[in-house]
Design a protein around this ligand. Structure first.
Ligand code: BG6
Length: 483
């Protein structure tokens, strides 16, 4: 499969927090990959900004090491690596004071795309935006990129939007949800809207229910301080799972462009019924499998924060009336596995005796790992012994189907190039963010008020028993979590 790469226009990309973890692990390797694939023009420049004094040469050394650690292709392409390093520059800027801003303004070229990536704590978003504007560095065409946590409830998200909105128009603000940069998540739209097959069935006449699972095998690792204030609902559901839900449930947009797609997603969020505490299950992992417990990981023996959540959700509109969406996500589960499962209704009339008990058709969209789709179908069991039925998977792994040379780019590769191209389709709009928070806030409040502890669950399993019961009580069951 030959990739079709269209180079982007020349740009100056300023990364605030350039020496931080996200920059080292994700942003710089992603930019390198785009250069390797010929998408980054020779005139592109990346300007690292951080607090510490460092020369341009030192920064190049820092990036060389980061690429050696996180981008194996760098060692195989020394010429591209040197060209990439030559595109780098560095400046120490005091984001809370006045030092460095004038120099930054002077460095930027007037005639190329200008983008500012704020890879810093969210408390600095407003300050940086204000200073970019006050120092005349942000032009009417500049782009500003921010990433979660984008608030922790509706009020703080509104405040953040208002702060950014004082200095940047909405068309200049790129709010990243890295799930939207994943190839397979975009593929959900291709699958639904570029095929005639599924859409006629994609509604309450044919679909019994939908399951969305984002399971992780890792724990909270070194992020305990952040995570313990957040929990699975805020960390994963309000953003990533919400995006998966929207792309699964939304109406076909008239065009694939930023506002058309985001309008349709927003309609889904607005159609969500308020979350009821009795339709939610919270869990916290115990020690096990050689790992510490959640409480030990976050160093807070009294913590009531959930590392697992399961929800039953209703999209209260014409298409989805009566079709529950079951969502779950958690850490320290059996495997790293994300999938969307669309479970169809049984055929309306049973002509074979076994049909009453036959498994329904299921469309499994695997997002990670081993991206692909599987359609579970019923066929006749081979042999002369009568009309017995059996289930077979119609299985397609995208990697196999697309063949040698196929590579799924990292989410940041796509998203960074979209920023430069000025395409906001895969970024969250301000109203979408606020509505998504507005939907989770009442459940957070109800949990807090009840002061109940999350249910403990074993590391390496599939979450607390109550999560299984959430479906059992409706006569349904989760698909197994497996790699
Ligand atoms: C992040 C969450 O946004 O997404 C993490 O803060 C989580 O807690 C991560 O581990 C999952 O992303 P991915 O791409 O590994 O599925």
């Amino acid at each position: 499969m030959v990739s079709r790469v269209i180079p982007v226009n020349p740009f100056d990309l300023v990364i605030f927090g350039a020496t931080g973890d996200l920059s080292r692990r994700k942003l710089l390797p992603a930019l390198f990959r785009r250069m390797l694939d010929g998408q980054m023009p020779i005139e592109a420049r990346i300007i690292g900004v951080a607090r510490s004094k460092m020369s341009g040469k030192d920064f190049q050394g820092f990036v060389r090491e980061a690429l050696a650690e996180f981008e194996p292709e760098a060692a195989k392409a020394p010429e591209v690596l040197e060209a990439f390093l030559a595109a780098l520059d560095y400046l120490a800027v005091d984001v809370k004071g006045d030092a460095g801003w004038a120099a930054l303004g002077k460095k930027l070229r007037p005639d190329v795309v200008r983008a500012f990536y704020l890879s810093v704590g969210p408390s600095l978003f407003g300050e940086i935006a204000t200073r970019l504007s006050r120092h005349g560095i942000a032009t009417p065409d500049s782009r500003i990129v921010v990433e979660k946590p984008l608030g922790h409830d509706r009020a703080s998200a509104e405040a953040l939007n208002a702060q950014l909105g004082k200095c940047f128009a909405e068309r200049q603000v790129y709010r990243i949800d890295h799930y939207l940069g994943k190839e397979t998540v975009q593929n959900l739209m291709a699958l639904r809207f570029a095929n005639a097959l599924f859409e006629p069935l994609w509604n309450s006449h044919y679909i019994d229910h939908v399951q969305i699972t984002v399971a992780e095998s890792i724990g909270v690792e070194g992020r305990g301080a952040y995570y313990d204030h957040s929990g699975a609902l805020r960390d994963m559901v309000q953003n990533h799972i919400m995006q998966l839900l929207c792309l699964t449930a939304m109406e076909p947009p008239a065009k694939f462009n930023a506002d058309f797609v985001r309008d349709e997603k927003l309609k889904v969020i607005r159609a969500l019924e308020p979350l009821r505490p009795e339709d939610s299950v919270r869990g916290q992992y115990r020690a096990g499998g050689g790992g510490a417990s959640y409480l030990e990981h976050v160093g807070n023996p009294e913590s009531h924060t959930e590392s697992f959540v399961a929800l039953k959700v209703a999209v209260d509109n014409w298409r989805w009336a009566g079709v529950p969406f079951y969502l779950r996500t958690g850490k320290r589960l059996r495997a790293r596995m994300s999938e969307i499962v669309v479970v169809f209704k049984r055929p309306p009339h049973a002509i074979f005796p076994e049909m009453a008990t036959q498994a329904p058709n299921e469309l499994v969209i695997r997002l990670q790992p081993d991206e692909g789709i599987t359609l579970h179908m019923t066929i006749k069991e081979p042999g002369p012994g009568g009309m017995r039925l059996t289930e077979v998977p119609l299985d397609m792994s995208f990697a196999e189907a697309l063949g040698e040379g196929h590579r799924a780019p990292d989410a940041y590769e796509r998203l960074l190039m979209d920023v430069i191209r000025g395409d906001q389709t895969l970024f969250m709009r301000g109203d979408e963010l606020e509505e998504a928070w507005g939907w989770v806030d009442p459940l957070e409040a109800a949990w807090e008020e009840s002061n109940e502890k999350p249910k403990p669950y074993d590391a390496g399993g599939s979450g607390p028993e109550d999560a299984l019961a959430l479906l059992h009580r409706d006569g349904r069951k989760w698909r197994e979590i497996e790699s």
